[in-house]
Design a protein around this ligand. Sequence first.
Ligand code: NAD
Length: 374
Amino acid sequence: LRMAIVAEPEGETRVSASPTTAERLRGLGYDVVVERGAGVASSFPDDAYGKAGATLVDTETAWASDIVLRITPPTKDDVGRLGDTATFVGMLSPALRPELLEWLATRSITALALDAVPRISRAQSMDVLSSMSNISGYRAVIEAANEFGRFFTGQVTAAGKVPPAKVLVAGAGVAGLAAIGAASSLGAVVRATDPRPEVADQVHSIGGEYLPVDVAVEQSTDGYAKATSEAYDRRAAEIYSEQAADVDVIITTALIPGRAAPRLVTAADVASMRPGSVIVDMAAAQGGNVEGSVAGERIVTPEGVTILGYTDLAGRLPAQASQLYGTNLFNLLALLTPGKDGRLVIDVDDIVQRAVTVVRDGAITWPPPPVQVS
Ligand code: NAD
């Protein structure tokens, strides 16, 4: 079958497959084509894809392929460009975009959502949410360091002693741990919160200090946080207030699946920070952990605190993000191409394949039956 790497829309710097990935996809037996210019924003020029054995084609030819790969979901017009029996593979946010599934299901199209990979050990190599969160957590620290007018590391120099910056990371999941690691490797003093006490060891192992909120939380059975109790939130709020007055940088990553992001840092906390302090609210697109953050925006408060609500943090490291996304994508497509013969076969009895298949031959197949996350 013909498989196309199509260009992303304006504003998306990543691409679904690097030249290395394109070559590996050819190894699965596919005839790989690339829309001209698709990789340019990720520093992958057209001729690099050509050297990898892919054919460069125009937009219409690319979209008319049997299998279309793109990170960004298709618009209604894009769906119209797909062939009648095409397969689209991308990040589709099926829970948030029911209308998109309806558009795709009007013909005999199949759609695979890479962001719907179940979060079980066996599927980790295909988990784009983890690979992108890891990059975003690192980049959040780089953005904060860029805004912060001081060193992260402490120094003793002939011109005087410089204390290390203090960084608070709220939420120690995939993104939070990446942020803790990056900030501590830059030499900052790093503290972290998370309602899942089991993360304490991971926080310590990468150089952070875990700040426990001494109020019992409902035990998570699936590895994810549950909404916290009022008593927990009250005690946590005291910790955030104490920390805001003390730290230079706050990075928030707290999410609860299926709900709006918990509000952790109040406007009063923000106002208590020293001028020049920086906050990165990585949950800005989900409603924000920080009062006053705006998705996609950089805001400076009257007190001189910068609040970044960037939602494209992974895309700010486009070459690496594309490489990792492409590897996740390749691993999924390798699973779906058992004969390495350029033919896509979906085994719906396999929970991973079932979970990513959100539209099958024109029928909406989302949500899948629940999977016990391990
Ligand atoms: P997430 O993006 O849903 O949440 C981010 C973090 O916010 C989590 O650590 C969560 O506990 C925390 N949080 C929620 N409410 C909070 C609050 N009120 N205050 C502070 N923090 C709060 O989670 P994630 O990063 O995608 O993953 C969480 C965990 O899931 C990981 O640590 C890992 O154990 C597991 N996981 C497993 C796999 C796999 O096995 N394939 C893949 C990804 C994640």
